[in-house]
Design a protein around this ligand. Structure first.
Ligand code: ADP
Ligand code: MG
Length: 694
């Protein structure tokens, strides 16, 4: 159960004073529905309004706060001209300028003859001081309504900074302080405020230094978020490993046959990963390992050899994939090889129903299936193995902890778990994402791959590029066309993709397909299949192309508005091509208005195909804690951590988490109780739920 002190933190923001329905929806889009979400929506900058010169002395271009007397309203002569209000102080005149003004409102705000404090960006126009659309206009007795240090927040359409600030400050009034969960020694050494004080200071900073990543407030919150993550991981690991593993030692005969039948030899990295994993299988402790390697690096073959080793040792193995397409693909790669080596392979997905499903389950329970490949369907309660000893989970971040444990629950003894991911993650982040999981990396690509020719082309040339695709398709090639990411709106995403789809239909007739996120799984699969068989030559899509989808005949990848994508995502998308014998091309269409970071990203893409290098670069470019694309990468979401600036805190959190789990695995001590607050607050509470289920 969630600790009582957190009640107000998780209360709906509706309860806060002054939040209307419209604002609520906007805040929800931006931060979330609960008070905690609002509190954790931290400012990204400050407007300093402490500069309070006389009008004559005010520097043009500066944000100035001026005390003036209102002299005269000058309504415009025509609709396009601005409304002006003339004011003065004892040194000079100041003109306030408003476009599309409402006269009655301005007359109320700025009565002639009264004194007002005005804050905004001061400019000189034909030698006279003026402020266009002042940010603040207040009377001297409500001067405290004007924040001299004004926090700036990421905003969304329909929500003003003023409303958001008010909501946040209202929220701050409703929540109690929480017990200290960090080690007292560290708190003292680092000079950290407690959690709530840190949050409060950040929303009312005493200067830009409070918001800097190195401030005690920012470091404290980063440390909290990291500790919550590491502790949850440590608890899960502790539980998984409490069931003792068993030593699975095969004699190598199936593996020998498999390897003998391969038309290639394993790369050095594949060999190394295989050995590391086999060593885990053979040891008496339960394996918890992750195999990381780019798309096409040859993880599947390694997975097959590992499963063969388990079967040699007398147990069954399961290979779990996040989608039907991926499960099929695994089966296609694995089945021919496996069957030649005498392995009995079966597939189980949501599509298996009724009698057929029953029959599979019966054979599985009788031990007549050695390797079961499938989707979530494998996890269902009535799926019973005779003796499941190894579970391999592809794209493991797409499965929750609960699902992983459900799979582990199908084993009578401790089970060996191998995760696989095609998302390369920088070394520093591996610890954060996977905690104490052991990691095998496959960095080297199988020989004979042709590099993908990557080009950055201006969107102005879209027509030309599309024509080029048309010609290539006539000559028998296949192409992906990925449509731009439109922020915050799946609807717009779809509209863009549909437009492009029609363009190509115009050019190529029925040989064009469209897939998008709103489609049902089966419909999507059907289109994908047509692309695989070649019935369709151009596949237009939003960004839903599944990780790991394999169409070796596809040789062209076009990404519209490539500057809007994160590096990891661009890399994943490009990974769809360059898989066959043909020479492949990736065209990154970029918009004209493009920032420095986006430019650097595209440059990295042009220069490298090494997923790990790209991941490191991505981390550097992201800097400021803004972790784009975390959803794709499988990292838990981090709000507080800046992985460059707070790198030293990662290990600190890991070590602390380990100690906690060793000393107080049930979180029963005083600090343990405090830590429960932490886990819930940062929504890393799977660990706590696990402890309760025993
Ligand atoms: P991943 O699962 O990592 O995306 P796959 O296992 O699907 O990669 O491998 C991609 C392709 O490379 C497959 O067609 C596979 O047969 C082939 N392959 C794997 N290992 C090697 C190797 N050592 N040498 C040559 N080809 C290989
Ligand atoms: Mg694969």
């Amino acid at each position: 159960m969630r600790p009582e002190a957190l009640f107000d933190y998780f209360a709906d923001i509706e309860r806060l004073p002054g939040i209307g329905k419209r604002n609520k929806q906007a805040i929800e889009r931006l931060a979330g529905t609960r008070t905690r979400d609002l509190l954790m929506h931290l400012p990204t900058g400050l407007v300093d309004r402490r500069y309070r010169p006389k009008v004559r002395d005010a520097a043009p271009g500066s944000i100035a706060t001026l005390e003036v007397v209102v002299d005269e309203h000058l309504p415009p002569h025509n609709k396009r001209a601005p409304y002006k209000v003339r004011c003065h102080d004892d040194t000079a005149e100041l003109t306030l300028v408003f476009f599309h003004a409402r006269a009655d409102y301005l007359r109320k705000q700025l009565p002639e003859g009264e004194t007002r404090i005005i804050s905004g960006k001061l400019e000189h126009f034909q030698g006279d001081a003026q402020i266009t659309h002042p940010d603040y206009m207040v009377s001297p007795d409500s001067a405290d309504e004007l924040p001299l240090l004004e926090t700036v927040y990421p905003l969304t359409a329909g929500l003003s900074g003023k409303v958001l600030r008010k909501a946040i400050h209202a929220a701050l009034e409703t929540v109690p302080p929480l017990p200290e969960w960090q080690l007292k020694d560290i708190v003292t050494r680092e000079g950290w405020p407690d959690f709530l004080s840190a949050i409060k200071h950040l929303h009312s900073p005493s200067g830009p230094e409070t918001l800097a990543p190195k401030s005690p407030e920012r470091r404290r919150l980063a440390a909290d978020e990291l500790l919550a993550t590491q502790l949850a991981l440590a608890i899960v690991r502790d539980r998984t490993q409490k069931k003792r593993g068993r030593a699975l030692k095969g004699n190598g005969h199936i593996r020998g046959t498999l390897i003998g039948n391969l038309s290639y030899s394993l790369t050095g990295d594949q060999e190394k990963a295989l050995q590391e994993i086999i060593a885990d299988l053979e040891s008496g402790r339960a394996m918890l390992r992750l195999m990381q390697g780019d798309v096409g690096s040859g993880k599947t073959v390694v997975a097959l050899l590992v499963m063969a080793a388990a079967v040699e040792a007398g147990v069954q193995a399961a290979l779990l994939a996040p989608t039907e397409i991926l499960a099929n693909q695994h089966l296609e790669t694995i089945a021919p090889l496996a069957e030649k080596a005498g392995l009995r392979v079966e597939k189980l997905t949501g599509r298996n129903k009724g009698k057929h499903r029953k029959e599979i389950l019966a054979r599985l329970a009788a031990g007549e299936i050695d390797i079961l490949v499938g989707t979530h369907a494998i996890i269902q309660d009535d799926v019973q193995f005779r003796d499941l000893g190894l579970a391999i989970i592809d794209e493991q971040h797409r499965f929750g902890v609960q699902q992983r444990l459900a799979l582990a629950g199908k084993a009578t003894a401790g089970i060996d778990v191998l995760g696989m991911t095609a998302t390369p993650i920088p070394r520093t982040l591996t610890l954060t994402a996977y905690g104490d999981m052991d990691v095998s990396r496959i960095q080297e690509k199988p020989p004979g791959r042709q590099p993908v020719d990557t080009r950055v082309v201006s969107l102005d040339r879209l027509g030309e590029v599309a024509q080029g695709i048309g010609r290539a398709v006539q000559a028998g090639q296949r192409a992906y066309w990925v449509c731009p990411l439109v922020e915050e709106s799946e609807k717009l995403d779809l509209a863009a993709a549909e437009d492009r789809y029609r363009d190509f239909q115009h050019m190529l007739g029925p040989r064009v397909g469209l897939v998008h996120g709103k489609m049902k799984g089966a419909d999507k699969d059907a289109v994908m299949e047509k692309f695989q068989t070649g019935e369709i030559s151009v596949l237009v899509s939003t960004t839903v192309i599944e990780v790991g989808v394999n169409v070796p005949e596809a040789t062209i990848m076009v990404i519209e508005h490539a500057e809007r994508f994160g590096l990891a995502q661009l890399h994943q998308l490009r990974g769809r091509v360059g898989r066959g014998a043909g020479k492949s091309t990736c065209i990154l269409l970029r918009g004209n208005e493009i920032g420095e970071v986006a430019r650097a990203r595209l440059k990295t893409m042009r220069e490298s195909e090494d997923g790990f290098l790209i991941a490191e670069e991505d981390l550097k470019l992201r800097g400021g804690g803004e972790i784009l694309g975390t959803r794709q990468s499988g990292l838990p979401e981090f709000k507080m951590v800046d992985f460059l600036e707070h790198a030293d805190l990662i290990e600190l959190a890991r070590d602390d988490a380990r100690l906690i789990v060793n000393k107080d695995p049930e979180l029963k001590s005083e600090r343990g109780q405090a830590l429960r607050h932490l886990l819930y607050l940062f929504e890393r509470d799977e660990g706590v739920r696990l402890m309760q289920s025993g």
